[in-house]
Design a protein around this ligand. Structure first.
Ligand SMILES: C[S@@+](CC[C@H](N)C(=O)[O-])C[C@H]1O[C@@H](n2cnc3c(N)ncnc32)[C@H](O)[C@@H]1O
Length: 202
């Protein structure tokens, strides 16, 4: 049982059922109707939101409890998605497979994140888009959400180095109010990143 299996164990959705507001604000940057791979999808709020907008979503998470709730949420909202219970450390990213990949608060240790980001670049189709929001190390000690170990939290500079194969479309390290269930609530230090895999990148 993972830490998140325990967190997701009650009927209540720990991060709520509404989408991440950064994703919702920039959803029109994702290729309309395309295939989306969601990293660390959790209880399904972002995947369901995208499915409702015509995207075909494949959601990854190592929490079976979270993904079971994701399917329940999808059923309630009359949409569907596919899911895979997997540790990203062992996931085989298919080359040039996805129109978009999203990572919303999917904090990984820096070594794994760097490896996953190299796979993300290769796994996007030319014209594909990567969208990420994460807490930065400046979030440490605020008590409003996110990991307690700064190694799990990227800065914009780290992301630029890890995602050199993408053309950045939106890069912002900022502070904002986050209100997502009981899990993420309050003034927070975040980084937002959207990048495009250039046409002809293969
Ligand atoms: C903070 S939660 C965010 C969930 C969801 N993205 C959201 O915004 O509601 C982080 C999620 O990443 C997942 N996760 C963390 N490390 C993972 C790994 N190595 N492999 C797969 N999933 C992972 C956790 O199980 C958890 O569901």
């Amino acid at each position: 049982m993972t830490k998140f299996d325990q967190r997701y164990g009650s009927e209540i959705f720990f991060y709520g059922t509404e989408p991440n507001t950064f994703l919702a604000a920039f959803v029109d940057r994702l290729p309309a109707g395309g295939t989306v791979l969601s990293l660390g999808e959790g209880e399904g709020r972002n995947a369901v939101y995208l499915a409702e907008r015509g995207f075909r979503v494949h959601a990854l998470d190592e929490s079976a409890v979270g993904l079971a709730k994701a399917h329940r949420l999808a059923t309630t909202r009359g949409v569907s998605m596919t899911t895979e219970c997997v540790d990203l450390a062992h996931y085989a990213f298919a080359p040039a497979r996805w129109d978009a990949i999203i990572s919303i608060w999917c904090h990984l240790p820096s070594q794994l994140r760097t490896r996953v980001h190299a796979d993300v670049v290769r796994s996007l189709r030319p014209g594909g888009v990567y969208l990420l929001e994460a807490y930065t190390p400046a979030q440490i000690g605020r008590g409003t959400g996110g990991p307690s170990d700064p190694d799990f939290m990227p800065t914009a500079g780290m992301l630029a180095a890890e995602l050199t194969g993408l053309n950045p479309l939106h890069v912002l390290e900022t502070e904002r109010e986050v209100s997502e269930g009981s899990g993420h609530r309050g003034h927070s230090a975040v980084v937002q990143w959207i990048g495009l895999r250039a046409e002809g990148a293969l």
